[in-house]
Design a protein around this ligand. Structure first.
Ligand SMILES: [Zn+2]
Length: 489
């Protein structure tokens, strides 16, 4: 019995006893989160300038002791941070968190990651880190720290007294998640009560940043060298006609394939075991009997070259879902999702380029690209935003289900609403809303990211629309306009 299966077994056992003890599962999860201190010089909160300081996001950097220096501090009020790690492959030496996947607020032992988002706002000659209510807008805004002055570049957030950076633990085990922590209760009327940090799945049990095998360089131009070494394939055995759909509701990029003669739904192929475990847990939490299998390195298609982006220019990554051996959803009249995604993506790219925006796509032809490679491509390109384009499905027995759904996880909310509302303005689609989800490409991209489900291939109205080139162009034009509105163009 491996260490991993032992922890799954204890998780299940604890859950049942707690339930018997009339504790809700959410509370059971929350109770298993703790924190441990981090030496002050081994982590820093940074105001990260976006588009030349048009706005700032919170970035937290971590230093692995006795490894290559990750950042340098200069001056005072403000303290300028030189992010040395951005000039080398910092795997194993440093860690970087850039959104609420990697950090959240914890006050008086309570996780408030769901109730509060961390944002940096300019105040006179200062940049201030606030915890802003994301659910109950009447809840108080909390000032956590500030830069004590302003200048160009990355600036250190000096935390107000009582605040510190700590590491989240799960069942006593350190994880990669960082808390912005205030141990004592805050005397702020209306402070919301915590709920479980992440509903549904808990993060996996991981140790702090450990030296991992160096990540192969991003394919710069043309043919990418296939990555090497053992990889980890996350699959769900096919047990019925709905397995594929059930898995896709958790991970839209999943597809049907065969492994060692067994029909499975493959969710992803990962170079890092830690990633495979996190995805595995997400599936388990959704009651899907997922497995992790060792696999050879994928012969994935070469990713397109990343163009040099002039300073201050915006780079948008468009991600046409599925492709190659993975047709995506197949709907009324045999319509294939992968083709719709490509057609819409090409038109979105054209429209954005006409508006002077630089766009690269994770695929430009009918080829299969792995899930992790799509997120890595955007991260290493330093994209400003990531937009994944899919088409939805439910079942052929439900032609009555039609409409637009747009997904985000954390920093992509404003982008998601801008795109969603624009597509509704450009078409007569039914509105199925803007939703939050932990899809892989939303979790592991480091910029505002959304996934657009542009209609149901199993829906009689949407499938008819997909067969009408003018109507398809309207969807694409709506997406492009939504992106331009978000970018302030
Ligand atoms: Zn899809």
């Amino acid at each position: 019995m491996t260490r991993f299966s032992r922890s799954v077994a204890t998780l299940a056992a604890t859950a049942t006893t707690l339930l018997a003890g009339v504790m809700t599962p959410a509370v059971a999860w929350a109770n298993q989160f703790g924190q441990q201190s981090i030496e002050p010089n081994l982590a820093v909160a940074v105001a990260n300038p976006v588009r030349n300081g048009a706005f700032y996001t919170l970035m937290i950097l971590e230093q692995v002791p006795n490894r290559r220096q990750c950042w340098q501090e200069q001056g005072s009020n403000p303290v300028v941070i030189d992010p040395l790690l951005l000039s080398f492959d910092f795997t194993g030496a440093c860690d970087r968190k850039t959104d609420s996947n990697g950090y959240s607020v914890r006050i008086n032992g309570q996780d408030l990651g769901v109730q509060y988002r961390l944002e940096i706002s300019p105040r006179q000659n200062d940049l201030v880190l606030f915890a802003k209510p994301s659910r109950d807008r009447s809840a108080p805004m909390i000032e956590i720290g500030r830069t004590n002055g302003r200048t160009n570049g990355f600036l250190k957030i000096q935390l107000n007294s009582g605040w510190q950076l700590t590491r989240r633990t799960f069942n006593g085990q350190p994880t990669g998640h960082i808390y912005i922590t205030h141990d004592a209760p805050l005397d702020l009327p209306g402070l919301p009560v915590a709920t479980s940090p992440t509903a549904p799945p808990p993060p996996s049990v991981t140790v702090p940043p450990t030296p991992a095998p160096p990540r192969p360089p991003t394919p710069a131009a043309g043919g990418g060298a296939p990555t090497s070494g053992t990889h980890f394939r996350v699959v769900v055995p096919i047990t019925g006609p709905d397995t594929l759909q059930q898995v896709r509701s958790v991970e839209p990029e999943a597809f049907r394939t065969t492994v060692d003669g067994q029909a499975v739904v493959q969710v992803g192929l990962f170079q890092e075991r830690r990633r495979a475990e996190e995805v595995h847990q997400t599936l388990l939490a959704a009651n899907l009997p997922a497995k992790i299998l060792n696999a050879a390195a994928p012969a994935t298609a070469s990713l397109p070259p990343i163009p040099a982006i002039p300073r201050g220019q915006v780079l948008v990554v468009i991600d046409p879902g599925h492709g190659g051996r993975d047709p995506g959803a197949v709907g009324i009249g045999g319509i294939q999702e992968k083709q719709i995604n490509m057609t819409i993506s090409n038109r979105v790219q054209q429209k954005l380029q006409e508006a002077g925006v630089t766009v690269v796509m994770t695929r430009t032809s009918d080829q299969w690209v792995d899930l992790d490679a799509r997120a890595q491509f955007a991260n290493q390109a330093g994209a400003d935003i990531f937009v994944s384009i899919h088409a939805n499905a439910i079942s052929m027995a439900r032609p009555d289900v039609n409409g637009l759904e747009t997904y985000y996880l954390s920093s992509g909310e404003r982008l998601a609403r801008s795109i969603h509302n624009s597509v509704l303005r450009h078409t007569d689609m039914a509105d199925r809303g803007v939703r939050q989800a932990r899809f892989y490409v939303l979790r592991y991209t480091t910029m505002p990211a959304v996934l657009v489900e542009t209609g149901f291939v199993t829906g009689s109205v949407d499938a008819a629309r997909f067969r009408n080139p003018t109507a398809v162009n309207q969807i694409a034009d709506g997406i492009a306009r939504g992106i331009l509105d978000y970018l302030g163009r």
